[in-house]
Write a protein that binds this ligand. Structure first.
Ligand code: FAS
Ligand code: PHB
Length: 389
């Protein structure tokens, strides 16, 4: 089989790229290891920058997002008893959209058949071949048959644990990493949010985030030691902890309910600077990871895909290869700025085990400065809504 582009991974990166290429008449195929249900079962991001909502609008797939998503003109930083509202609408003229990654992925999946986007779920043993050569190809196994696809280009959209990054030879690897000494315990429940906007709190008991998916569905996180397991956290214990942290600083206090999902995610900052190697291009979590504190992960994947889709479409429609040549540098410029902001907010809002009372007073002093400085609030706001492409 011969296709123009093979896309590995049917998460947000792969599905956004697939739709954008098909919309421009570029022939592509998406290869996904898991089932569609499994992909939809992963609960992840909740806040979309305009770079992401603009792509959905460009695809004409923003209908449900506009109907069910929540426009947020601000968010809050807190330190236990004080809430500092960052008025992103007034400070930047822009906003963010609260609409779960699961729903965005569902919209992209549901539209694939009618838009002639071929997605192979259950594609095992996806392997990249000759990515340095002029005739790369991909192989995979499905229903015990091995399939081979000759391609012009491969888009590695297979997340942090996929095969694409690992296909790049060690001599070309340039990577940077920081692992954080804690994780995020998250819970999703059909209960009304405690506050009309997100609250990131660095209170006396540690970091907590009050987020949402709709006026009747809430998403909460608290910082937990890396040694904690889900079995250490019966739902009642987590609701007690969330009430202690958010009842004093929220409009309505925490409403309890049965968990639809609970999970513990590790936090890391990671950049793999070789985002292009020969005919292979990496995008999204395959190339970089941010701690979710700045709500950047999904949105960075979207900006990579904005650059990569423009480059591939220019190559096929005009024979213009300049976008492919500049992809890595353009993408990395935005990636590193988002890594900085995510690292900054993570340092500001979390209790680090190695920190003492002085470091905590530095965090409080920083929040005092944020509370008093319109310039600092504008800086935080412009990073939170997403820097320009
Ligand atoms: P994804 O990981 O979403 O998708 C990669 C796809 O490739 C997956 O479907 C996978 O099954 C597939 N794949 C992997 N190996 C393969 C193989 N060998 N063959 C074929 N397919 C393969 N971001 C935020 O902004 N806010 C958050 O709150 C947030 N929470 C997160 C929580 C967790 C537990 C994780 C892991 C990430 C979180 N993120 C969050 C970041 C997340 O939203 C990512 O940025 C986003 O999923 C990136 O999308 P993709 O690049 O498509 O990668
Ligand atoms: C979420 O709603 O899942 C969410 C929101 C903002 C973040 C991280 C996660 O920074």
């Amino acid at each position: 089989m011969k296709r123009q582009v093979a896309i590995i991974g049917a998460g947000p990166s792969g599905m956004l790229l697939g739709h954008l290429l098909r919309q421009a008449g570029v022939d592509c195929i998406v290869l996904e290891r898991q089932s569609a249900d499994y992909v939809l079962g992963r609960i992840r991001a909740g806040v979309l920058e305009t770079v992401t909502t603009d792509l959905m609008r460009q695809l004409g797939l923003d209908g449900r997002m506009n109907a069910e998503g929540m426009i947020e003109g601000g968010f809050n930083l807190a330190d236990g008893e004080r809430r500092i509202r960052i008025d992103i609408e007034a400070l930047t003229g822009r906003h963010v959209m609260v609409y779960g990654q699961t729903e965005l992925t569902r919209d992209l999946m549901d539209a694939a058949p009618d838009r002639d986007l071929e997605v192979i779920y259950g594609a095992d043993a996806v392997t990249l071949h000759d990515i340095d050569g002029e005739a790369p190809f991909v192989t995979y196994v499905k229903d015990r048959d091995t399939h081979r696809i000759e391609v012009d280009f491969i888009a590695g959209c297979d997340g942090f644990h996929g095969p694409s990054r690992k296909a790049i030879p060690g001599s070309a690897v340039r990577e940077f990493e920081r692992e954080y000494p804690f994780g995020w315990l998250g819970i999703l429940a059909d209960v009304p949010p405690c506050h009309s906007e997100l609250i990131y709190s660095n209170g006396p008991r540690g970091f907590a985030l009050a987020s949402m998916r709709s006026p009747s569905r809430s998403r909460y996180y608290i910082q937990v030691p890396l040694t904690d397991r889900l079995e250490d956290w019966p739902e009642s214990r987590l609701w007690d902890e969330l009430a202690l942290r958010f009842d004093p600083i929220s409009e309505r206090g925490v409403t309890r309910g049965a968990a639809l999902e609970m999970s513990i995610a590790p936090l890391r900052s990671y950049v793999f600077e070789t985002m292009r190697h020969g005919r292979l291009f990496l995008a999204g979590d395959a190339a970089h990871i941010v701690p979710p504190t700045g709500a950047k992960g999904l949105n960075l994947a979207a900006s990579d895909i904005a650059y990569l889709s423009q480059a591939l479409i220019a190559h096929y429609s005009k024979g213009d290869g300049s976008g492919l040549e500049s992809y890595q540098d353009r993408a990395l410029s935005r990636v590193w700025k988002a890594e900085r902001f995510s690292w900054y907010l993570t340092k500001l809002m979390h209790r680090f085990p190695e920190d003492g009372t002085f470091e905590h007073r530095m965090q409080i002093a920083e929040l005092d400065y944020v509370a008093a400085s319109p310039a600092m609030q504008e800086s935080i706001a412009e990073n939170y809504v997403g820097l320009p492409l």
